[in-house]
Design a protein around this ligand. Structure first.
Ligand code: FE2
Ligand code: FE2
Length: 190
């Protein structure tokens, strides 16, 4: 296999980095969607007392978004809004939003970024917190959109009787969204 000339990155040439970029782009196209859906699949099992696991919760969220006529990227955002739970349980909204960020618009990113805080409206007060903590953001242009996302595609997605679509049916949408060119030059995401 063709490889770069360097051992230390500091010694790399333009040709070396063009090779890396080309190989990485081909890898991303083949594997990013598989990796994300594999992570979702790994969320089967534990329920933490909910009546369904996080895999079914995610499918239910995406199915409701699709049946409600949302855009492809919003359906994919719904599917992956909790994708960071296994690796970032304390800040899963921020991590999921960053995973989506290069491929979705600012509004979709903002909704996923803040969905955990907005979900608090449904339970923070039961645990001694402030259910209206999200009101810190009430002047934001997408406040109502994030509240609606949580109302329609998150807080109501724990129903064991809901006929969610199987993951395979979302495959084309996932590949379309994660196959997009990044919205950002690499310097802005580094
Ligand atoms: Fe969440
Ligand atoms: Fe959720």
């Amino acid at each position: 296999m063709e490889t770069v000339s360097f051992v230390d990155m500091a010694d790399g040439t333009r040709e070396d980095y063009e090779l890396i970029v080309a190989k990485f782009a081909a890898h991303k196209t083949q594997h990013l969607a598989d990796q994300l859906m594999g992570t979702l699949d790994s969320m089967r099992g534990p329920t933490f007392g909910y009546r369904i696991d996080r895999y079914r919760h995610s499918l239910q969220s995406a199915t409701r978004a699709l049946r409600n006529g949302e855009t492809d990227e919003m359906v994919v955002a719904a599917l992956f809004h909790d994708i960071a739970d296994p690796i970032a349980p304390e800040n899963h909204s921020a991590v999921a939003a960053e995973i989506l960020k290069p491929y979705v618009d600012e509004r979709t990113h903002w909704i996923v970024r803040h969905h955990g805080l907005f979900q608090g409206y449904y339970y923070f007060h039961h645990l001694g917190g402030d259910r209206d903590a999200r009101d810190l953001l009430q002047e934001h242009q997408w406040f109502d959109d994030c509240a609606a996302f949580c109302a329609e595609y998150d807080q109501n997605c724990f129903d064991p009787d809901y006929d969610n679509m199987p993951l395979e049916e979302f495959d084309p949408l996932v590949r379309e969204v994660f196959g997009r060119e990044s919205r950002f030059p690499m310097i802005e995401l580094a």
